[in-house]
Design a protein around this ligand. Structure first.
Ligand code: ATP
Length: 357
């Protein structure tokens, strides 16, 4: 069942389009991430769903009703913003109880719900502590508990983890995801961090200049991006300008030909084609291995060995490739070493080049 649908939602600020004709369905109980670079319109889109911004045109439907012009306080959505906006003069319990108090929930029901929520966010022992005396991660959990206190039908999160350090941020990503799954609450989260979106989302909406560039499951987008913009934004990738011969082969910069997977959708113009191969698909072989059709001679010019994983940059005369491997898979790799980089045809994807700016 689809909970939330947007039809041709557009927002102009003067003449500039912040959001341009967005159509989207958000399924019930799922976590959807709006992902894209700064200024692509993620926050504006979320604010229109929240009712904090009015669309210039288009409509927003929720649970079968048109809510385009319904005020924010009548939408029953929970929200957490980057700033969290907890009330500093209140305790943890008072902050969580606040939306219940606004709704004039009976005192004993309020107390029960607050106890339940503090249990859920694993802070029952901190009920009476002022929120100013909490760590960043604890504050984060309180903000989420407050947002879900009155059992909203939709939870909207705008970069809620951006103020946290890397380690805590990763822990909170997992925590929020588990909580969301346990409660089954439909959630939309804005982020510009592709790893965060990959970790948390059922579906990612990649945005570019106010429009949707691609919607799909994280791994589907990672494996099958529709354009250079999406390929570049989601994960690391080797992206090379190539020409396609129409029969399963491409010419690389420098003229070498290799076989590629037959593209499911061929980019429109043959002159604007890129080959995408993810670093983990580039196999590094010793230079003395057989020179197969998709094996390219190169020299190792950079190695990042962090123990569990190893990344090597290989100069192939005309272009460079990044290969992701492990010290166990490729022992003895050293700078300046000649190697063969194998690009398996099934991992070589052809995509449309980014439009000229
Ligand atoms: P970020 O990741 O930096 O927050 P974003 O993807 O959330 O970016 P938005 O904040 O939605 O992007 O902004 C989209 C565009 O709309 C930007 O060009 C921004 O400058 C513009 N914009 C946003 N709010 C306003 C406003 N109130 N008045 C005028 N222009 C605005």
């Amino acid at each position: 069942m689809t909970h939330l649908t947007l039809q041709a939602v557009t927002k102009r600020f003067n003449a500039a389009y912040a959001v341009d004709s967005v159509d989207l369905s958000v399924p019930d109980g799922k976590l959807v991430c709006f992902l894209g670079p700064s200024g692509c319109g993620k926050t504006t889109l979320l604010r229109m769903i929240a009712g904090l911004e009015t669309p210039s045109s288009g409509s927003i439907n929720f649970a079968g009703r048109d809510i385009t012009h319904r005020p924010a306080n009548q939408r029953d959505f929970g929200m957490v913003f980057q700033s969290l906006a907890l009330f500093p003069h209140m305790t943890v319990a008072q902050n969580v109880a606040y939306p219940l108090k606004l709704r004039k929930t009976a005192k004993d029901a309020q107390a029960r719900r607050v106890a339940e929520l503090l249990e859920l966010i694993q802070l029952p022992h901190m009920a009476n502590r002022p929120v100013t005396q909490l760590s960043g991660g604890q504050r984060q959990r309180v903000a989420i508990a407050r947002a879900i206190a009155s059992q909203p039908k939709l939870l909207l999160l705008d970069e809620p983890l951006s103020a946290l350090d890397a380690k805590l941020r990763e822990a909170m990503q997992v925590e929020i995801r588990l909580l969301q799954q346990r409660l089954g609450i439909t959630t939309i989260m804005v982020t510009h961090d592709q790893r965060e979106a990959m970790t948390m989302a059922d579906e990612i909406v990649v945005m570019e200049k106010g429009r949707i560039a691609q919607v799909g499951k994280p791994l589907d987008i990672y494996r099958d991006p529709v354009s250079e913009f999406v390929a570049d934004f989601i994960g690391l990738g080797n992206i090379l300008p190539v020409t396609y011969d129409g029969t399963g082969g491409v010419s690389l910069p420098g003229g070498r030909r290799i076989a590629v997977a037959q593209p499911a959708r061929m980019p429109e113009s043959n002159s604007d084609i890129r080959l995408l191969i993810r670093p983990e698909d580039v196999c590094v072989k010793s230079a003395s291995s057989d020179a197969g059709p998709n094996r390219l001679a190169g020299t190792v010019t950079f190695i990042r060995d962090v123990g569990a994983s190893l990344e090597a940059t290989i100069d192939c005369a005309g272009f460079t490739l990044t290969a992701a491997t492990t010290p166990r898979e490729t022992p003895g790799l050293t700078l300046g070493m000649p190697v063969l980089a194998e690009l398996p045809p099934h991992a070589c994807k052809l995509i449309a080049a980014r439009a000229a700016r």
